[in-house]
Design a protein around this ligand. Sequence first.
Ligand code: GLU
Length: 330
Amino acid sequence: MKKLIVLTIALVFGLTLLGGVGPFEQKAQAGKTTFVTIGTGGITGVYYPTGGAIAKMVNKKRKEYGIRATVESTGGSVFNINSIMSGDLEFGVAQSDRQFQAIQGIANWKDKGPQKDLRAVFSIHPETVDLIAAVDANINSIEDLKGKRINIGNVGSGYRKNAIDALTANGLDYNKDFNAESLKAAEAPGLIQDGRLDAAFYTVGHPSGYYKEATSGKRKVKFVPITNIESLLQKYPYYAKAVTRVTKHYPAAENDADVQTFGVKATFVTSVKVPDEVVYAITKEVFDNFEQFKKLHPAYEGLTKQNMLEGLSAPIHPGAMKYYKEVGLK
Ligand code: GLU
């Protein structure tokens, strides 16, 4: 009898323990490595090296945390948010406007509704919405895109909606006013050089390999200013006026001045289901070694610890919040 009670207690206790912990904690308890994957963007963008920079910070302390972060090249912001929500990715980089739309259940999430499990970790570099065009295509404004062949972006990207917003604000409909392509960003520079695209939109931090590639070929390429955006700035809280520093970053472009446009921020997001200790460790390593992190990409030039907490619309993950409270950032 006594034996049976002991066995029952042991069983119940054991089951409770098992039932109370998720796959992450089980791995950690067993002293094994917790693998996390960070979704980024195309390899010529800034998300891809950003995922690499964040992974680098936490992987240095692999022994201490038992976390091994890896980076995946993806279709961009929308793909990353959806993959985090489905549990296929633990972390991702996403535009601040996309974070806002996902948490509100608008734009790409209109049918699915608010993505309640989405959590913000921190924001990163600024991104500008830009239009580049082959000089021989005679495109000097969005108006001139009529009848041309333009990349507005793949469906999983963040920038596709920025392109459509800029077009709409200028009275253009991508379904009928020109030949709209839905290509991944990485493909566009080569296609412009090959003469198969006249122009392309993209939203990215600077400098990026994308524009270096686009402007360094035989076919001359320039940045086209994006104007008539006042209605966008009024309507959407996440858009802000911006300038793309073309002359500084892309001297091979056929521009002799910087161009006006609008922009958003890159942000680092996760799911409420990712354990606090994992999010805490990543946040701590990036912020405790902030000067080192900043050196990992020139797009981080203007970052401060304070502005990395701006532009977030999803609730901050409790693991990140624990760190911000500890160091007095929140
Ligand atoms: N902002 C882009 C997007 O979400 C990605 C930019 C990048 O990869 O740096 O579509």
